[in-house]
Ligand binder design. Structure first.
Ligand SMILES: [Ca+2]
Length: 206
């Protein structure tokens, strides 16, 4: 009798455990994300006293054309960020004029507290800011966005502050990883932005 009850309890527990998995749908970010572990960690912000280890987003330095990025009025342009943190041989960045936007390729982050950090400059109106959003998937596979920062920039290249990726991230990939993408959109009428070397710390310094 007791063993039957135990068996029923085990079956019920299993059924409950399967419910969230059955309702989760893989959306476009999950389907396009590369392997989570095949990435090289660097310390690109060490000279700014940030010892965290980051990886470069796929083509995050725009050295391979604009491949993997979705551009809307933005374009790859000659000239690297002036610190050359990824490689002294780098030559390109991304131009983001007013009215444009750019979305990064899908990338894996940990579901803990990942951060985003990049280089930016703005040679246009000082009133313009650069909105940074994280794109993530809900359990139904719909892509949602959440603003994670408004970057101010001057005429010379500078690293942004680390931007906490605070979306309600769901563990849809093995190993406590989740796919996200990042969208960059100049705000205001006369911004003239450039971005380069887009890095992610997948677990905030862990
Ligand atoms: Ca570059």
């Amino acid at each position: 009798m007791r063993s039957t009850r135990r068996l029923l309890l085990a079956a019920l527990t299993l059924a409950l455990a399967l419910v969230p998995a059955a309702s989760a749908q893989a959306g476009p970010l999950v389907e396009s994300v590369g392997p989570c572990e095949a990435r090289t960690l660097e310390q690109p912000f060490l000279r700014w006293l940030d010892p965290a280890r980051y990886f470069l987003v796929d083509n995050g330095g725009f050295e391979s054309g604009a491949s993997d990025w979705t551009l809307n009025g933005a374009a790859r342009a000659a000239g690297n960020e002036t610190f050359y943190v990824h490689s002294a041989g780098d030559r390109w960045s991304l131009s983001l004029p007013a009215g444009s936007s750019a979305t990064s390729p899908s990338t894996c982050v940990g579901v803990g507290e990942p951060t985003l950090r990049l280089f930016a400059r703005n040679t246009g109106s000082a009133l313009s800011t650069l909105k940074v959003e994280v794109l993530y998937e809900d359990a139904a596979g719909n892509v949602r966005s959440l603003a994670i920062g408004l970057v101010s920039g001057g005429a010379s290249w500078q690293p942004t502050l680390p931007l906490a990726v605070t979306a309600n991230l769901l563990a849809l990939l093995p190993g406590d990883n989740t796919p996200v993408a990042f969208r960059f959109t100049p705000q205001g009428a006369n911004g003239e932005w450039r971005i380069d070397d887009v890095y992610v710390d997948p677990w905030r310094g862990r």
